[in-house]
Design a protein around this ligand. Structure first.
Ligand SMILES: Nc1ncnc2c1ncn2[C@@H]1O[C@H](COP(=O)(O)OP(=O)(O)O)[C@@H](O)[C@H]1O
Ligand SMILES: [Mg+2]
Length: 281
């Protein structure tokens, strides 16, 4: 089972949009996909117009098992765990639990009916985000075209390094730093892309050309559709298709820290796709 999380400590950078399109896109390519919303704002459910009987909060407290929390068949091949503001109180309610950072990972322990799990996260290094980082093996880090989003990406890398320090056995790597709302003629875009590419930690992961600015993404969300359903010929449809190709190639590098700062050791993880290709070959 492949485990992806979409993270950035900055809000409004395209995390939810990206998580939905990775999940829906891989499902449309024949994978069995589960999309989990680990952000109490619940934007995944709003975007896809889902009204769940059970939510992420119940999964985390143990009140309801994973199999009962998932909404099945949101699209062919796509199940979803929806979040609501009830999950805001989890931070406080789970404070006394032992190993509270690995609750989500443990909920999946004997439950692996999916090819891919994609997690959307909130823009904060809180307990729920730690749970996402301790579940995921591969990260996609969307970065909007302003410098605050680059700072958010750096903070995300710091969080990843912290996880690696505290849980050295964890396999956690970066699949893509994804520029979003890219507008090539625009000064903010040029400055942000340059800052990303020159960053010693982030530069090598930047997935070019990213996702161009495209108003159809907002219209698609407002009509509760994916971009391929709403505007299949749009720029954003092309760009997210290219991202899916990259994800299916599945090249994730694992990061580690050495004294002075970040280093990367090149340890590509064979993706589920490559592994299944290898076993069927
Ligand atoms: N490439 C893009 N071009 C234009 N608008 C975008 C793009 N990506 C996301 N948006 C819009 O930006 C807003 C924030 O995106 P969202 O995915 O909710 O960010 P986050 O989850 O990081 O807060 C939404 O209204 C979304 O439709
Ligand atoms: Mg969001």
């Amino acid at each position: 089972m492949r485990r992806l999380a979409v993270v950035n400590m900055k809000g409004g950078v395209g995390k939810t949009t990206t998580a939905i399109h990775i999940a829906a896109g891989l499902a449309s390519r024949g994978q069995q996909v589960l999309l989990v919303d680990a952000d109490p704002q619940g934007n995944v459910g709003h975007t896809l117009r889902l009204q769940p009987l059970h939510t992420f909060e119940e999964l985390m407290t143990g009140q309801t098992p994973l199999s009962d929390v998932v909404m099945r068949g949101v699209r062919p091949g796509l199940d979803v765990v929806v979040s609501t503001p009830a999950a805001f109180s989890l931070e406080r309610r789970l404070a006394g639990e032992t190993q509270r950072e690995t609750i989500l990972a443990r909920r999946f322990r004997d439950q692996q009916p999916y090819d891919v799990v994609v997690i959307d996260t909130s823009p904060a290094m809180n307990l729920l985000t730690y749970n996402a980082l301790l579940f995921a093996e591969e990260l996609v880090i969307p970065v909007g075209m302003d410098l605050m989003a680059v700072i958010g990406a750096r903070q995300t890398f710091d969080g990843v390094l912290q996880v690696r320090e505290l849980w050295p056995e964890r396999r956690l790597g970066v699949l893509a730093v994804l520029p979003t709302s890219v507008h090539s003629g625009n000064h903010a875009t040029r400055a942000t892309l340059e800052a990303l590419e020159c960053d010693p930690a982030i530069g090598r992961f930047v997935f070019q050309p990213g996702i161009r600015q495209c108003i159809d993404l907002s219209y698609a969300a407002a009509s509760h559709q994916t971009i391929w359903e709403y505007a299949p010929r749009s720029r954003a449809a092309d760009d997210y298709t290219r991202l899916l190709d990259h994800i299916e190639r599945g090249y994730t590098e694992h990061i580690a820290e050495r004294g002075d700062g970040y280093v990367v050791h090149e340890r590509p993880a064979a993706s589920a796709f490559e592994r299944s290709a290898a076993t069927t070959a």
